[in-house]
Write a protein that binds this ligand. Structure first.
Ligand SMILES: Nc1ncnc2c1ncn2[C@@H]1O[C@H](COP(=O)(O)OP(=O)(O)OP(=O)(O)O)[C@@H](O)[C@H]1O
Ligand SMILES: [Mg+2]
Length: 400
């Protein structure tokens, strides 16, 4: 207890430590010094990993970590590369650089690399506690700001044609219909090369998402509002570009700014993502409140779904934020994979299933209508409504 500055600090440390997962990754020598120094300390302590300053930190050790105190040797290119790699592969993890010496130039270099704070080696356990508490209060500040942001759901496919866009459009409309406000939900067609949402929803926007992505500093609420095309009185669409846009031309920061503006203007934001996993697509997914992975009860779909789940895990998406939707469920499942098999195969719970209704869904889409507009109370729309309800329940902590 005497190691801590005050009992209050210790209480905060213990409480925050329960919520925040911390990893200290430093060379074996530094880890032994740190572990010896914190020997008799009270309260939960960060996990440690003995790894040289230029060696990769294994992905599984970063899983579910919120803050990493990582040894950095600024003079060693391998060590600086590791820091850069950590920032790009795990953008949601707050990095604190543990360094020898603390010159202003050194600090500036590290801040430029996006570190949240700097701590001196050898690590002093009390200083570790202070740094972590500071970082957490900054994080809390950010998340309090983020509370003003509407939930954003990213819909991703397991394999092409599994129905991701169909589910994204109907889910967005369903979410919009759940609030009293007009134009309360927006769907963004980020399938920039092959997006078909404007066809599915029967609208022909004159301005599209590329007008926002190219807007640079002209981007503001008014521009976003002018690009959003009404689909019905509850749902707006930001359509995919008319001409094929190279995926690598998207600026991640610009996209994230667009999404943030949308989350301030609408009650719900739904994203339809492309097949290719670019870094901007991963960033959009990481910013989302939940990711809906659409699968079918076929082996190719489940195999690809598993690969997506692994990808999400490797970039630090929390398991609980991934929701599996099983599409094209048939009443009779002779000889096919059952609903229950899906969660067993994927090692992940299933949020809900959506019935197959070939004639109804394709008729609606061919007419540029939502299924609910051409027929009320179908199994398909009931399933979508239930999925939305479960999703919102899970969002507010009710389910999962
Ligand atoms: N539950 C369903 N019942 C009947 N037809 C469906 C269902 N879900 C999707 N479809 C049909 O499957 C086809 C593909 O759907 P959709 O375009 O939504 O898939 P996708 O995963 O977005 O495909 P892509 O990989 O091309 O983006 C469409 O013709 C659609 O009408
Ligand atoms: Mg699609």
């Amino acid at each position: 207890m005497e190691n801590f500055k005050s009992a209050l600090d210790l209480n905060r440390w213990s409480a925050d430590h329960g919520r925040t997962r911390i990893l200290v990754a430093a060379s074996p020598e530094q880890i032994s010094l740190y572990e010896a120094a914190r020997g008799g300390m009270v309260g939960p302590q960060p996990a440690t990993l003995a790894v040289d300053a230029d060696q990769t930190i294994p992905g599984e050790r970063l899983q579910n970590v919120d803050l990493v105190i990582v040894e950095v040797d600024v003079a060693d290119q391998g060590s600086m590369n590791r820091l850069k790699q950590l920032r790009t592969s795990h953008p949601h993890i707050l990095p604190v650089a543990a360094i020898h010496g603390t010159s202003v130039a050194l600090m500036r270099t590290l801040m430029h690399e996006g570190v949240a704070d700097v701590i001196a080696l050898p690590l002093d356990p009390v200083e570790v506690m202070q740094i972590v508490l500071d970082a957490i209060s900054r994080l809390d500040g950010n998340s309090r700001q983020d509370e003003d942001l509407a939930p954003m759901f990213a819909v991703v496919r397991s394999i092409g044609g599994c129905g991701a866009t169909t589910i994204a459009t109907h889910l967005a409309a369903e979410l919009g219909s759940r609030t009293a406000r007009a134009r309360s939900a927006v769907i963004v067609d980020l399938d920039l090369q092959f997006g078909t949402i404007s066809d599915y929803l029967g609208v022909n926007p004159a301005v599209r998402v590329d007008d926002l992505l190219a807007a640079e500093d002209r981007l503001d609420d008014d521009l976003v509002a002018s690009v959003a095309t009404p689909v019905n009185d509850k749902l707006d669409l930001i359509a995919a570009p008319e001409t094929i846009l190279p995926l690598e031309s998207v600026d991640t920061d610009q996209l994230l700014t667009v999404l943030k503006l949308l989350r301030r203007q609408y009650d719900y934001v739904v994203l339809d993502l492309p097949a290719d996993w670019t870094s901007w697509a991963l960033s959009a997914v990481l910013e989302s409140s939940a990711i809906l992975l659409v699968v079918e009860t076929t082996l190719p779909s489940l195999r690809q779904a598993k690969r997506r789940l692994d990808l999400f895990q490797s970039v630090g998406v929390r398991d609980a934020d991934v929701k599996i939707i099983v599409n094209r469920l048939e009443k009779k499942l002779f000889g096919t994979i059952s609903f229950a098999d899906v969660s067993r195969t994927l090692g992940h719970t299933v949020l809900h299933g959506i019935s197959l209704d070939q004639a109804l869904v394709s008729t609606a889409q061919n007419q540029g209508q939502l299924v609910g507009t051409i027929r009320r109370g179908s199994r398909f729309t009931t399933d979508i409504a239930k999925a939305a309800e479960l999703l919102l329940g899970a969002e507010s902590g009710g389910v999962n």
